[in-house]
Write a protein that binds this ligand. Sequence first.
Ligand SMILES: NC(=O)c1ccc[n+]([C@@H]2O[C@H](COP(=O)([O-])OP(=O)(O)OC[C@H]3O[C@@H](n4cnc5c(N)ncnc54)[C@H](O)[C@@H]3O)[C@@H](O)[C@H]2O)c1
Length: 320
Amino acid sequence: MRVLVTGGAGYLGSHLVDLLLEHGHEVTVLDNLSTGKADNLAHCLDQVRFVNGTILDEALVDRLVEKVDLVYHLAAAVGVKHIVDRPLDSLLTNARGTEVVLGAAHRWWRKVVVASTSEVYGKTAKIPMAEDDDRVLGSTKVHRWGYSTAKALDEHLVFAYSDLGLPVTAVRYFNSYGPRIDPRGYGSVVAAFMGQALSGQPLTIYGDGTQTRCFTFVDDTVRGTYQAGMSSATDGTAVNLGNPNEITILELADRVRTLVGVDTPLRFISYEERFGKDFEDTGRRVPDITRVQDLLGWEPTVELDEGLGRTLEWWKQTFS
Ligand SMILES: NC(=O)c1ccc[n+]([C@@H]2O[C@H](COP(=O)([O-])OP(=O)(O)OC[C@H]3O[C@@H](n4cnc5c(N)ncnc54)[C@H](O)[C@@H]3O)[C@@H](O)[C@H]2O)c1
């Protein structure tokens, strides 16, 4: 198949490109390298058509979508800190960008898989989170919820186009981590902890560290994304792609310190100090994966210690 990957120079996008190439597909990447890196594709640049441009460029997106059979739409402004610091850019990229991509797909009648997020559930107390659950969000004055809201709008667009018969699907990621994760840790606590542990700095914990997350190894995240594009089973629906094994941030810090072999202290930072006044976090976040198991037969296969080990190995090879 001829496949367009928006955000294909990013962390997840570049792994998806690798998987697509492995399966013999012809890949075009559209990325503006805002958080993505050409280095993520350096090993396969001779096999990929790379277009340095933005998903907000309607004419460009239209031309690219016309020439492919399938679109994986991963380009987005990502990371809570990024969203809180630059709310307007993030909202425009994440809401308008998806509108542009889906509009082109509708004109040329192409299937699209849209990358969504567990953030759409907001701060719901219902655990585990199933796709059709209510969303619980805070005030619109809290920028953090702008990411959730923009991605939810993306999903509303997915369902609206699906009603017109277009094959579209949304995949909701739960904290993916693995090789090529951005070492600045702007969107990932795993990257932040690993960088801090390796350089002997204290591990910074926002809040009291009792908040939980479910970390999903990149190979699992990307395999599920790939499957959602290749199968029609999830068309017209959203699916959770996450490893249901829940862990507190404090436990994660311990696992990383043990793996790296250091005993650096923890440094607790209030949400307000890090993210500004009015910031709200979600206490627990756990996916119900029944739907994706039923529709795609997808299950996570890499557990945290193994995934962290593989990430550390990559980190050492890349940065030392
Ligand atoms: N990593 C996670 O755990 C996670 C969790 C939930 C959702 N997601 C979603 O997965 C997708 C990929 O995220 P990632 O973690 O790989 O982050 P990433 O920042 O590495 O990837 C995003 C990519 O989009 C590109 N991009 C941003 N704005 C663009 C624009 N206007 N035009 C073209 N390209 C643009 C960036 O340069 C980058 O390569 C995003 O849609 C994100 O919202 C990721």
